[in-house]
Ligand binder design. Structure first.
Ligand SMILES: Nc1ncnc2c1ncn2[C@@H]1O[C@H](COP(=O)(O)OP(=O)(O)O)[C@@H](O)[C@H]1O
Ligand SMILES: [Mg+2]
Length: 331
């Protein structure tokens, strides 16, 4: 996946390939027993609340067909919400509704989806059609997040998010993902969304890529994608660090939406985050991971972990963060 265009010259300078990601970092730092904690979004939500992190409110869970009537009750009460498979990935099965009609629910594009079609879709979700693993699944009904107004000229028809890679509770790299008309409201890079690298210290975007080519402006608005200050940047880093530290997964992708009403809000966690974030930042992950790997222990204090993150991003030595009597690991 790497090795094309501008990134190819980075191949020798620390770009993390899929094999190394899997072997050195995921296998070594992510015990398998933790996977369900991030693969099941209902469990992730509970953990996030424990860690003091904001999440979209869970309105209800449908576990089998007989509970389908819950949807109509919730729709009546909340009107605007999202349905998603608890073990879903890549946006599969997710539907966003923003209104209720007699005949069904209103989707973001204004169309009404009929109750019979909705029930059919939810049954497919329950059967596991959109889910990781091979069993059945649950349907979550949750609050619809509204993108921060700063994104009005940068996100087309959907919710942008910030992906932060967190290693041992320390943020190491981040990217802003912007939906485009082409990506149909999803911020997913494979769907044609834009990935913008972010300066980890300031929260300002540095460059954009779409389909692995550099882009200077958002194609739907002509708004520049670089030099954009991501709102609430310090809070975003703190959320990512707190949660990464709390869940016991060493290497994790934390996806955060900056909601107009709730501020930085956790969307989901990923135990196998993609490596395209390196293309968006034109920077390899390996040189950022190795110094953190060499720390014999990591602070319990989130503010110290953020200081480490800043120093690491600036390429400074992490020696000053050693506890008294500690030495850097050799390997
Ligand atoms: N609560 C929500 N409010 C608004 N949009 C949402 C919400 N949950 C999901 N979405 C939309 O669906 C996409 C995928 O959701 P996510 O929870 O990350 O599931 P997946 O694991 O399938 O990627 C998000 O990037 C966003 O565009
Ligand atoms: Mg996602």
């Amino acid at each position: 996946m790497i090795g094309f265009g501008p990134i190819s010259k980075l191949a020798k300078s620390g770009v993390l390939g899929m094999n190394s990601r899997n072997l050195d970092f995921i296998a070594a730092y992510n015990p398998r027993r933790f996977y369900p904690l991030v693969d099941d979004k209902v469990i992730t939500k509970k953990l996030a609340i424990e860690a003091g992190v904001t999440v979209p409110e869970l309105y209800g869970v449908i576990r089998y067909g007989g509970e389908m009537h819950l949807l109509e009750k919730i729709a009546e009460k909340h009107r605007s919400f999202v349905v998603k498979p608890a073990n879903g990935s890549g946006g599969g099965g997710i539907m966003v509704f923003n209104g209720v009609a007699k005949t069904g629910l209103r989707r973001m594009n204004g169309q009404i989806m009929l109750w019979s079609d909705i029930r059919y879709h939810l049954n497919n979700m329950l059967s596991g059609m959109f889910s990781m693993g091979d069993g059945s699944d649950q349907v979550m009904i949750e609050e619809r997040l509204v993108p921060h107004s700063a994104f009005s000229k940068l996100a087309f028809g959907g919710v942008p998010d910030v992906r932060v890679i967190v290693f041992r509770g320390i943020p190491v790299m981040a990217m802003l993902r912007l939906p485009t008309a082409e990506s149909d409201g999803k911020a997913n890079l494979h769907q044609g969304g834009i990935g913008a690298g972010i300066d980890l210290v300031t929260g300002v975007t540095t460059r954009g890529v779409q389909h692995n080519d550099s882009v200077d402006v958002h194609p739907d608005f002509e708004t520049p994608v670089r030099d954009f200050q991501v709102p609430s940047w310090d809070e975003i880093l703190e959320l990512a660090s707190r949660l990464g530290h709390h869940i016991g997964l060493g290497y994790v992708g934390v996806d955060i939406v900056i909601c107009e009403h709730k501020g930085p809000t956790l969307l989901e966690l990923n135990a196998r985050p993609g490596i395209a974030i390196q293309t968006a930042n034109l920077r390899g992950l390996r040189p950022l991971l190795v110094p953190i790997h060499k720390l014999p222990s990591v602070s319990e204090d989130v503010h110290e972990r953020i200081e480490i993150a800043h120093a690491n991003w600036n390429g400074e030595s992490l020696e000053r963060f050693l506890a008294p009597g500690e030495e850097m690991r050799r390997h």
